[in-house]
Design a binder for this molecule. Structure first.
Ligand code: AP5
Length: 190
């Protein structure tokens, strides 16, 4: 069983690459952003709460996000492994994930980060915002706020996983196929 954290700044390509990786490696893909958006679309209490944060580009509070993620893992008891996309995003989330997996006799196998220059990523998101309808992609101020959140709360997780010898970086610039090839080369080592 392998459990992988797919890591990267907003727009790095986590969701795009996860679609391929989950099939190739038979992993259950859990994207916290997608789960929140599903709840917003269905007007659940969780969705209403998450929307107040997501629309501004702020992180949803840890306790809400951690509980949601754990419940999604528990919905997949037969899973051969998980591909975590957009989680963890804070040290509290990383610590909770480690403890939660340990309680099941599991652990994170590796964290794989997609690396790319901020300006390229902002351009990608502004382009997607034209057609996706994602409120947090609509203007540069919200996108920049997501980067501020990343820099203040998420970037430190690289050191957290490096200290465990579990951090791998992959160049996220190039065509989608080129990035997939680089990721596959790393995933094949797990
Ligand atoms: P989330 O949905 O996770 O958004 P994000 O991290 O900002 O990630 P994106 O989906 O924007 O980017 P991505 O890296 O998946 O790239 P993608 O493949 O889509 O989170 C949204 C919000 O939810 C957060 O801001 C927060 O409020 C909340 N949230 C989520 N998780 C949370 C957590 N753990 N704790 C608290 N709050 C949480 O690609 C982006 C675009 O680029 C696409 O248009 C794609 O087609 C294009 N693209 C991809 N690869 C390439 C390439 N190689 N070349 C050119 N274009 C490319």
């Amino acid at each position: 069983m392998i459990n992988i954290v797919l890591f990267g700044k907003p727009g790095a390509g986590k969701g795009t690459q996860a679609e391929f990786l989950k099939e190739k490696y038979n992993l259950t893909h859990l994207s916290t952003g997608d789960i929140f958006r599903f709840n917003i679309k269905n007007d659940t209490d969780l969705g209403k709460l998450a929307k107040t944060y997501m629309d501004k580009g702020d992180l949803v509070p840890d306790e809400v996000t951690i509980q949601m993620l754990q419940s999604e893992v528990d919905k997949n008891p037969q899973s051969a492994g998980f591909l975590f996309d957009g989680f963890p995003r804070t040290l509290a989330q990383a610590d909770a994930l480690d403890q939660f997996l340990a309680s099941k006799g599991q652990s994170i196998t590796a964290t794989v980060a997609l690396e790319a220059d901020d300006n390229i990523l902002v351009a990608r998101l502004l382009e997607r915002g034209k057609t996706s309808g994602r409120p947090d992609d609509q203007d540069e101020e919200k996108i920049r706020n997501r980067y501020d959140e990343y820099n203040q709360k998420t970037a430190q997780l690289m050191d957290y996983y490096k200290a465990q010898g579990k951090f791998h970086a992959v160049d996220g610039i190039g065509t989608i196929a080129e990035v997939t090839e680089r990721l596959t080369a790393v995933f094949d080592t797990f």
